[in-house]
Design a protein around this ligand. Structure first.
Ligand SMILES: [Zn+2]
Ligand SMILES: [Zn+2]
Length: 235
C-alpha cells in the first residue's frame, strides 16, 4: 500500500463525511524576547482521532501552551482514517503506519509545524509487543496511543480495570512530553524521574514525572526550544 494513496483516501473520506474541523487556538501573549534571543515558538498541530476524550485534548493543549508557549492547531480526524494502520491478526495498530498517517494529515491540512497524533487504541512496532508512543525527528511527528495508558496494574491475573481520570491524564501528558522530546532531538535519559526515561511498562511511566531533568532541559534549550521552568525538575 503506497502511503500517498492512504493519505488521499483518508482525505476523500473526510470530504465526504465532512468530519474534519480545524480550530486555531490562540497562542498566549508571548514574553518579550531579548534581542539576542534564539528561541523559536513551536507550532504544534494536534491531530485527535475520534474517541480521544475531551479531557485529554484539553489537558494536553493547555500543557503544551504552558510548557513550550506553543502555537497550536487542532485537527479532528475520523477513526476510519486509521483502518489501513490496523493489523487485524494482532488486533493492534501498526505504530509506524500511524506515524506516517499523522504526518500526512498535517501536510495535507496545510497547518504545518510539528504533528502530534492522539490515538485511541493500542499499537506495536516490529519486535515489540506494544508501544505507548512513537516519534520521528526527521518527520517532526509524534504519536501517543491511549489504550494502555488507562490500564490498572496489580490486579489478579485475567482481570483488567481502568485507572482514575487524573492518573490517566498524567500518563498521557508524560508520553506526549516524552515523544515531543524525541522530536526536539532528545534521546532517552538515565534519570528515572525525567520524562525522557524509557518506559518499558506502565509502572515505569508512573514512576517518572512529566518534567525534563536539567540536562534534558538544556538539550531543548540548545535546540532553540524554550521550556517553562514549571516543566523542569528542580535537581
Ligand atoms: Zn522514547
Ligand atoms: Zn533527562
Amino acid at each position: 500500500m503506497a502511503p500517498y494513496k492512504t493519505y488521499k483516501s483518508v482525505i476523500e473520506d473526510m470530504d465526504i463525511n465532512g468530519q474534519v474541523s480545524i480550530t486555531n487556538v490562540e497562542a498566549p501573549a508571548m514574553p518579550a524576547w531579548s534581542e539576542d534571543s534564539i528561541y523559536v515558538t513551536p507550532h504544534i498541530t494536534v491531530i485527535a482521532f475520534k474517541g480521544v476524550e475531551d479531557e485529554v485534548l484539553t489537558h494536553i493543549t493547555e500543557n503544551l501552551t504552558k510548557a513550550f508557549s506553543a502555537k497550536l492547531s487542532i485537527i479532528r480526524a475520523p477513526r476510519d482514517a486509521l483502518r489501513d494502520c490496523l493489523n487485524i491478526t494482532r488486533g493492534q495498530l501498526n505504530a509506524s503506519r500511524v506515524l506516517r498517517l499523522v504526518a500526512g494529515l498535517r501536510d495535507l491540512s496545510g497547518e504545518g509545524g510539528i504533528a502530534l497524533g492522539l490515538v485511541p487504541g493500542d499499537a506495536y512496532v516490529e519486535g515489540l509487543n506494544f508501544v505507548f508512543g512513537l516519534a520521528s525527528q526527521h518527520q517532526a511527528t509524534a504519536v501517543v496511543f491511549l489504550e494502555r495508558l488507562k490500564d490498572r496494574y496489580g490486579l489478579p491475573k485475567g482481570m483488567s480495570g481502568y485507572v482514575d481520570t487524573d492518573t490517566y491524564l498524567e500518563r498521557v501528558l508524560k508520553e506526549v512530553m516524552h515523544e515531543l522530546g524525541h522530536v526536539f532531538g532528545l534521546d532517552h535519559c538515565t534519570n528515572r524521574r525525567c520524562v525522557m526515561a524509557f518506559s518499558n511498562s506502565i509502572m515505569d511511566t508512573d514512576r517518572k514525572e512529566w518534567k525534563y531533568c536539567q540536562a534534558c532541559a538544556e538539550g531543548l534549550s540548545s535546540s532553540g526550544i524554550r521550556i517553562s521552568e514549571d516543566y523542569v525538575l528542580e535537581s
